[in-house]
Design a protein around this ligand. Structure first.
Ligand SMILES: Nc1ncnc2c1ncn2[C@@H]1O[C@H](COP(=O)(O)OP(=O)(O)OP(=O)(O)O)[C@@H](O)[C@H]1O
Length: 249
């Protein structure tokens, strides 16, 4: 689904502040893989996601998505494949609009997955069913302004809105970093559920090693712009939390 071939990214090349953020990364992510990426600050995790999303172009190397060479495509040209959720629960929604109007806007932006845009009760009911899946009771607060919801509630709704279109890839860049532990758990559970339901290929960046242990079916550790550990399937399952903590001690 995602294939990176010999990717390097250097910022400020040739200047005193040159940074080799990624160094000759090759990575093949199969459809439906849910890859968790861990690594110390500055190890290149966000740069990796930015390159996949098209926010930056690589200095060297090729990127394929779903068999298409997207190396030189801008982020908006890749958005038909990719949805992205950031750390800040305030981003990506309109705070003064109601939950329902935010979903109407999101549906208008995209070819929706089973949601027909409109004011009809059919649209509302389809949306109510989707939002009820979050298990937060938000289906009873459709007219409430988005800005009055908690960070966790907003982040869960943002996740749902981002995967409603026909994207195949979900990029999660520390989506729970700004949340309290209970909200963070709810958002991670929501992400797991949506990734399974919409059959997505996903990449999650996290500094939370418990989440890295519990979620996903592949775990990658980055250091100094390189992938230094890569565990999939049974190999990931056999890792213990102390194993992960020992990588950072
Ligand atoms: N736009 C940029 N311009 C210059 N340097 C950058 C830019 N983006 C990232 N870098 C540098 O590239 C390196 C990797 O940064 P990156 O944000 O990918 O790390 P990270 O692993 O996501 O870190 P963190 O865990 O702190 O978010 C760092 O040294 C960073 O300062």
């Amino acid at each position: 689904m995602i294939k990176l071939s010999n990717i390097s990214k250097t910022f400020n090349r040739g200047k005193a502040n040159e940074v080799k953020a990624l160094q000759n990364i090759s990575l093949d992510i199969a459809p439906l893989q849910y890859v968790v990426v861990v690594g110390s600050n500055g190890s290149g995790k966000s740069t990796l996601l930015n390159l996949i999303a098209g926010s930056f172009l690589p200095s060297v190397g090729e990127i394929e998505i779903d068999g298409n060479n997207v190396t030189r495509l801008q982020d908006f040209e890749r958005s038909r494949w990719i949805a992205r959720v950031f750390q800040n629960p305030l981003s990506g929604t309109a705070p003064d609009l109601s939950i329902l109007d935010n979903f109407r806007l999101a549906a208008l932006r995209t070819v929706s997955k089973g949601l027909r845009v409109g004011t009809s009760s059919a649209f509302k009911n389809e949306f109510i069913n989707k939002i009820a899946l979050l298990g937060m009771g938000l289906e009873n607060k459709l007219e409430q302004p988005m800005g009055t919801l908690s960070g966790g509630q907003r982040q869960a709704l943002t996740l749902l809105m981002s995967v409603m279109d026909d994207c195949k890839i979900l990029l999660l860049d520390e989506p729970t970093a700004a949340l309290d532990p209970r909200s963070a758990r709810l958002v991670m559970e929501t992400a797991d559920r949506l990734i399974a339901e919409f059959k997505l290929t996903a990449i999650l960046i996290t500094h939370n090693l418990k989440d890295a242990h519990m979620h996903g079916n592949r775990l990658i550790q980055m250091a100094e712009g390189e992938i230094i550990k890569d565990f999939s399937g049974e190999n990931k399952l056999s890792l213990t939390q102390p194993d992960l903590f020992s990588w950072f001690s």
